[in-house]
Write a protein that binds this ligand. Sequence first.
Ligand SMILES: [Zn+2]
Length: 718
Amino acid sequence: MGQDIQCQSWKQWQRSRPKPRQESMIGKYYSGPSTKYLVESFVLSSEDRVVLRKGKERKPDPSFKGNSTQFSQLSSAVRGTGKKVKDIDLRTLTFYFDNYIRAVNIVLSRIYRNSKRVEQLGKTLAKYRGKSYILLSKEKDLCYQHNEDIKKLVFGRLHRNVLEQAGRMLLADWTRRQLVISALKVLNDSPEELVTILRRRRIPSFLIRKVRDSCESTKNNGSGYHYAMGVLRQLRLAIDKYILGFTKNTIGWRARQRKKVASLLKDGSPDCQSVINIVESQVKSWVQNGYPFTVPQLRRYSLDFSASTENSTGQGYWFTPDEERENEILLYLKLPPGFNGTHHKDSPYKSKTLTFRFLDWLPRAASQDRRKAEKAEREGNIHRVEQLRFRAAKFEDMHHQLMNTIKLQHTAHRLSRMKQIKHNDLDEIIRLQQKVSRLKGYRRCSPPQLLLRGHKIILRIPFLSPNGPVSSQIFGERKYTTKAGADRGLRAPVALTVERECSFEDFLITVGPLAEKRDRIRKHAYTLTSELARMKNNWESKRSGQSYPAHIMKRDRHVEALWRKVRRLDREIVRQVASQTVWFCEEHRVKRLFFEDLRSFQGHAGSKHVSYNLTSNLWGKIINTVRYMRESLGHSKYSVWTVNPRYTSQTCHQCGEKGVRVRDESSIIESKGGEYFYCSECKEHFHADINAARNIIHVQDSSDVPGGTKVCPVYNER
Ligand SMILES: [Zn+2]
């Protein structure tokens, strides 16, 4: 039935309405939070551990292997502990994180005691945008000076992070609350739409837009659409739960819950009218009496040390290059009150220090890439040479950023100590001041993040993306004139096509072996997960209240590790697809790249039957990665667009008529989800994904035919 409606509306739209043109960037440009920086990870080791010189490569450094005493030391260290960090370091850091999280939750609970205060702070924060520390530190019960309980948990600089984190969470929660309130109003005013979202699988986009536009704080926000959709989904979940509770249905699985509610509301179902009445009265009571919101809490075990870029000692972290070991860097963390650290002679935190070390693998990776580039040059593979040279330059740039940061930290520290001495040397102070201001002008990395993953501690350092000078040094001056379109494909994850003066260059990006591997592990993980759920159920029915036995816990860890692996493979797939996309575009001098946007949350027709199809989450990550990589190559931030993919897979890119999917290049009989596309007007076959990708290039051009390219477009500089 849904199919019929779509066909009809398609016809109407094609005959009467001219194609709407996307006029502005608002809402069309997909943006994520962490795109300003390129984040690289370094594994932290305990201070006295010999770092395994793996770098980005799998093999240990050959020069290191030659040093036999060090190598035997290393292998004995690995055999002896098997861990990169000692338990005591790990425990200290975990306590440290606990303190931080407790402090954030204290701040949040104080704010949320009074709902008027939440309202008022949220409103101000929305205007302040990222200055939550300044705002929240003015509050007397949140600031550092007047609160002994917070002073006991964190040191001064860390408290700034606490407030910034709490501010971020408060703002997100406030925005969500605003959206929930306006969504409830919208649903209360139009009962038909309320029934629609409960009946249908997909939330209609006009409703999402209506909710977004009725809420003041998301009206002009680029991501407002996705927020509004998320809120509507959450509301639907709450309503579903309410209905199921009322009708005394206990269903655990979300998909089945949804099915049950949809079936209760079907036309002709005996309970239909009564359920609608229940829902309407509940929504009404939510609008009148307020929705039961929960107080947000921080649970994640990750910590960013600072949100500002000043590099002084108070910040809680400090880098020092190890003089004796090449490219190894010591990281000193300042411990909060109540922890025993160890004294270290170079550490500015004295006895409040926790020390780790890590290998700065950037210079090694850069020289490796230069070597590979030379080899590729001998083989005559020019594109590969370009890629490798660029990557090497990028790594070198990052290394310099890290070194500049360290130099600035040390010089600023020396300067402040110098100023405290009574009979100080004025010339020296002036010299140091000049050096500090010079170093401030250089490219520097941002404050790091620490992540705890089981027995591993990962240091993540955000680097400035190597735009402009780095790429022009490698590529020289280049002219970019063409346009490209990318479609989420059926057989291949991405179909990419570049248009150049009426001719097309196509590229189907495949990640065959990786996708197969991912799928195999995922299937295995699914079976194990359901088995585990059964085992846990059994245990609970027999010995409720007791903790699980060792064999179930072991299973639990195994399943978790499998899902981690799936996610890791996902990340790798994203990286590979994005990199192939970007370099293909670079080869063909693409100025502007168009992606299908994330609005089509349903998979393509027939996508259930193929082995791998990209989830919207992965698609979003690919778009983000591509944009980041293009930015780092020196392209404009607005060189990647997302467009509405409506009808792009149904229309012919040459004439704009509706065509059919067929099985192969000789068939003209429609088969749903077929690999090829046939246009009866042009009497031509195209690969279905390529056809859609070619359409996507022209979605935002104004033309009478959706996606039509009858007239070769003139390139306007926009
Ligand atoms: Zn055609």
